[in-house]
Every structure is written in C-alpha cells, then in structure tokens.
Design a protein around this ligand. Structure first.
Ligand SMILES: NC(=O)c1ccc[n+]([C@@H]2O[C@H](COP(=O)([O-])OP(=O)(O)OC[C@H]3O[C@@H](n4cnc5c(N)ncnc54)[C@H](OP(=O)(O)O)[C@@H]3O)[C@@H](O)[C@H]2O)c1
Length: 250
C-alpha cells in the first residue's frame, strides 16, 4: 500500500486511535486492529516506549504511527487530535484504554484522597477530554466506534452481589470505573441515532503492569473484547457493557 493510501485511509483502510497503547492491553488492542489491516495510532505519553511499540508493531506488519498523548493534559490531547487530523484525516474507532489504579491502599476510611482524584482524572475525565476532542474526526467516519476500557470491578450490580469476584475494597479505582460506565451510558444517549456506537468493555483479570502481572489472562485475551466492539457493524450495540462472556451488568 502506498504511503498516500495508507495516510488517507483510501482503499477502505480503517483508522483507530488507542490510548495507552505502549504496553499491556492497549498494545494488544493496537496489534489486533493492525492485524485486521487497520491503521493504528499508538497514543502514549512516554516517547521512548511509544516509539518502541510503533517499531514492534510495524515489524509485525501493522500500519502503526505514534501519537504523543497524555490524557490528563488538555494541550497534549489537542496536539494529538491535530496530529491525527494531519496524518490520517479521520478516525473510525477511538479506544479509550489508558487507565491507572491510583495506587494503594484504597480503603475508603483511610484513603489519601489524591489517589481518588488521580484515578478519576485519568480514568474518567481523561476519557471525556479525549473523546470530545477527537469527536470531530470520528464524525467524518461512515461507521464511528468508541470503546471505553472499563472493568467489572466498576459494576455496582456485581459489587452488591455477595460472593461475586470484585477485587479488593477500593474507593478510587473501582468507583472510577463505575463513573466511566455511567459516562458511557450518557454518551450513548446523546449520540443515539448519529451512527456513533459507544460501549464499555472489561478485559478480565489480565497480567499487566497495572496489577504487578498477577492477572490470569494474557494481554491478547484482555484485548479481544475491545477489538470486537471497535469493529462491530452498524446494527451493533451501543451504551452497553461487555466482557468475553457476554454482557456485564452495570
Ligand atoms: N489488567 C487488568 O487486569 C485490567 C482489568 C480490567 C480493566 N483494565 C483496564 O485496562 C486498561 C489497560 O490497563 P493495563 O492492564 O494494560 O495496564 P498497563 O499495562 O499499566 O497500561 C496502562 C496504559 O495506560 C497508559 N496511561 C496511564 N495514564 C496515562 C495518561 N495520563 N495518558 C496516557 N496514557 C496513560 C500507560 O502509559 P505509561 O506507560 O505512560 O504509564 C499504559 O500505556 C486500563 O484502563 C485498566 O483499568 C485492566
């Protein structure tokens, strides 16, 4: 494929931006979309790790390009949107994957409130900031998709089900994902009828830096659900929450 075709998404090539794609689940979401023939922006704040990821993806045959991006920084997000616009002109899928736990411990009665603030700033406000800044580029797509990488620990239904696996007591990370789920529903309501489909996904307990590699799923397994929702057809779901087993209760 020529550089021009690749850059402009000619010949039907789809274009995605994945946030936090330098490692872990985000990297594998990018790799999976790249393997499907998509052009993939690798959104990441650390320059060295971002370029290493781009090189690795290109070596595997993916059409990847680096996008400097800190989701908590307004200027960085604006610059990222400008870069994507200049390089590829539109977006077919935005995968809001970047996320942090906020660090531990997170018991409600003793938490350092800065942990709560940090988790919400990245996992919720970062998603809203990135989504709204990239929305004009998504609106240029015939089939725009937004995927918010959430977690089943954000499910209030599961949190209030005795015996359900919901991780440690946490007043920062888990509620930040509950907030993200609620935000996803509100976007779906506003965007209903526009053709933009937006859903939340849970990757499952995946071995990454986020949990000291204690997860039991591989990053490729963790990426699968996000890839599926980024590529759903026009009659696909919106405003819903999925993992590999199906729908997750809010
Ligand atoms: N692993 C699990 O078991 C699990 C389960 C459920 C949900 N999730 C969710 O899956 C997503 C990916 O997590 P992961 O497990 O792959 O963790 P990870 O390996 O720690 O990756 C997190 C990614 O987010 C990026 N990031 C964090 N803050 C950012 C910011 N302000 N701006 C831009 N990028 C930022 C990190 O970039 P840097 O390298 O620059 O820090 C990194 O690329 C997260 O939303 C997480 O909550 C994970």
């Amino acid at each position: 494929m020529s550089e021009t075709n690749s850059v402009n998404g000619v010949n039907g090539q789809k274009i995605a931006l994945v946030t936090g794609a330098n490692k872990g689940i985000g990297y594998e979401i990018a790799a999976g979309l790249g393997a499907l023939g998509w052009s993939v922006g690798i959104g990441a704040r650390d320059g060295e790790r971002r370029e290493a990821a781009v090189e690795k993806l290109r070596a595997a045959g993916a059409d990847a390009f680096g996008v400097p991006l800190d989701v908590t920084d307004e200027e960085s997000v604006t610059a990222a949107a400008r870069l994507v616009e200049e390089r590829v002109g539109r977006l077919d899928a935005l995968v809001n994957n970047a996320g942090i736990t906020g660090g531990g411990p997170q018991e409600p009665t003793t938490v350092d409130v800065n942990r709560v603030r940090a988790a919400v700033e990245t996992n919720v406000i970062g998603v809203i900031r990135v989504t709204n800044t990239l929305l004009p580029l998504l609106r240029r797509s015939p089939s725009p998709r937004i995927v918010n990488v959430s977690s089943s620990v954000g499910s209030l239904a599961l949190q209030s089900t005795p015996g359900a696996e919901t991780g440690p007591v946490s007043v920062a990370y888990a509620p930040s994902k509950t907030f993200l789920n609620a935000v996803t529903v509100q976007y779906a309501k506003e965007l209903a009828g526009t053709g933009i489909l937006i859903n939340a996904v849970c990757p499952g307990f995946t071995a990454t830096d986020l949990n000291g590699f204690r997860g039991v799923r591989t990053p490729q397994q963790g990426a699968a659900c996000a890839i599926r929702l980024a590529t759903v057809p026009a009659d696909g779901p919106t405003g819903r929450f999925f993992d590999d087993e199906g729908e997750v209760p809010w």
